[in-house]
Design a protein around this ligand. Structure first.
Ligand code: HEM
Length: 472
């Protein structure tokens, strides 16, 4: 009676079945779209069960702010993520860490490096240098624009984190990171792997057992993750000790702990973890501009008028280019890079709008649904930067998708200002120097790519058909 009664106060949701709960209704792909369907039937707050685990799906910005920001003291934990942390070895990365002292220490270091204005300003020489390399690569090999964007994003992170300058497109540090992330995504997509989070005992299944192929793949991925974490760290440590390290996030942490004699194996593991993590925004930009040449032309006119033809736009020019700002907001809204964010977890029972939200429940934030809110964004499926024009300050603030695409509360993305600045720099530099046009097929007809987006919790690539042989 008690269990039924307390269940009655749970938010509404799809009907569960015995043992599985709602697992059979959870799609393997495009979960955010299923969550939006559930919203039509059950509302902004939906309750579901994954086996015995309880899940709360938040489908509106208002509820996300009430729960994850106003009550951040009890809504900043992460679910255990046993597969990622224990099996694949991402446990020293604080993005996946449980809320607590370890997380707090790494978050504080990252805050100093990526959220303080002075630190962000000090990165501009590296940003301008990498921007020049990006433009030159795009001009020489326009067909490989995806690789160039990946390299741009990685080069910035690597330089600032480790003081390491990528030397070529085939750079071994860059490839190692890509490899670790790709293997994680591949093996993490296996159904058996996802089961480990609900039945942790599976993680003890020996890799040699018939049917345990996913464990063999996981061991390969684990080795790649370890190398991605250890090798760059060890190189920086060697440079710090031999007195030839370039200034970077990791080198300054190592130097500080060496000086205080506090560089214990535990601290070393923490520094490695905080160092491991724009390319999607830039790829979406190319897709949107191929599909909307009128928008690209207006952006070019704005840059020509304000900046002229003798120099590239610099970060100080940002406020003078309002139309570009609208394009960036619309890119973030049209294809949010992380449509479900990262899951939070409640540490205590909560009462919300008459519902009981149980402690321990996983909270999924349906960021994609927030980008589709017709009250703020009429005809949300259309790419229309003009929707952000001619707004008073209040409305501009309320409708800015950067309020939610980077997550919520104490776990909000610490790289958000850096990612936003780099997206702006990449986009304005391309608009200032290059034309973007559709590729042509062998009969010289233009190819119009479709706006299809792939799914995923942490990655969300627009699928653009590769350009043909034309140079644009
Ligand atoms: C357009 C680019 C980016 C987007 C859309 C994005 C989005 C997000 C989102 C949605 C979260 C989850 C927040 C939550 O739990 O509520 C997150 C967390 C995080 N992001 Fe980003 N991010 C971006 C770029 C970056 C960059 C460049 C860095 C590194 C400098 C970074 C580092 C992190 C870290 C470390 C976390 C975990 C924070 C924590 O758990 O305390 N992100 N990001």
């Amino acid at each position: 009676w008690w269990s039924k009664n307390s269940d009655r106060r749970l938010p509404p949701g799809p009907r569960p079945i015995l043992f599985l709960g709602n697992v059979h209704q959870f799609p393997a792909e495009f979960q955010h779209k299923t969550f939006s369907e559930w919203r039509k039937q059950h509302g902004d707050l939906v309750f579901a069960r994954l086996f015995q685990s309880k899940a709360i799906i938040v489908n509106s910005l208002c509820v996300a702010q009430d729960l994850l920001e106003k009550r951040s003291a009890v809504a900043s934990d992460r679910p255990p993520m046993i597969f990622l942390n224990d099996v694949l070895g991402w446990d020293s990365d604080f993005g996946f860490m449980r809320y607590g002292e370890r997380w707090r220490m790494q978050r504080k270091w990252t805050h100093l490096a990526f959220e303080k204005q002075a630190a962000l300003k000090s990165y501009s020489p590296v940003q301008y240098r990498e921007r020049a390399k990006l433009l030159s690569a795009l001009l020489k090999h326009p067909k490989d624009y995806r690789e160039h964007y990946q390299r741009f994003a990685a080069a910035l992170i690597m330089e600032i984190t480790y003081g390491y300058t990528l030397v070529s497109d085939d750079d071994e540090f860059f490839r190692r990171t890509q490899h670790a992330i790709q293997l994680t995504l591949n093996v993490g997509g296996a159904a058996a792997a996802s089961l480990i989070d609900f039945f942790p005992i599976i993680k003890h299944v020996p890799a040699w057992l018939p049917g345990a192929g996913f464990m063999r793949d996981a061991l390969v991925a684990r080795k790649a993750v370890r190398e991605h974490i250890d090798i760059p760290y060890n190189a920086v440590k060697y440079d710090v000790i031999s007195g030839q390290a370039k200034s970077s996030f990791v080198s300054s942490l190592i130097a500080q702990h060496l000086k205080n004699d506090t560089l214990t194996p535990y601290i070393e593991e923490e520094i490695k973890g905080s160092a491991s993590g724009l390319y999607i925004v830039l790829t979406t930009f190319i897709l949107a501009m191929v599909l909307h040449p009128d928008v690209y032309k207006k952006a070019q006119e704005e840059i020509d008028q304000v900046i002229g033809h003798s120099r590239l736009p610099n970060l100080e020019d940002r406020e003078l280019l309002p139309y570009i700002e609208c394009i960036i907001k619309e890119l973030f809204r049209w294809n949010p890079p992380s449509p479900l964010g990262l899951p939070h977890s409640l540490t205590e029972d909560q009462e919300y709008n008459g519902y009981n939200l149980p402690g321990g429940a996983i909270v999924f934030t349906n960021i994609w649904q927030m980008t589709q809110d017709t009250e703020f964004y009429p005809e949300p499926e259309k790419f229309r930067p003009e929707r952000f024009q001619k707004m008073d300050n209040d409305t501009a603030k309320r409708t800015d998708p950067r309020r939610f695409i980077f997550g919520f509360g104490r776990r909000i993305c610490p790289g958000r200002h850096f990612a936003d600045t780099n997206a702006w720099l990449g986009i304005t530099s391309i608009v200032a120097t290059l034309d973007i046009c559709k590729a042509r097929d062998i009969n010289n007809n233009e190819i119009t790519p479709g706006a299809f987006f792939s799914h995923g919790i942490v990655r969300y690539d627009p699928c653009i058909e590769r350009l043909g042989d034309s140079t644009c």
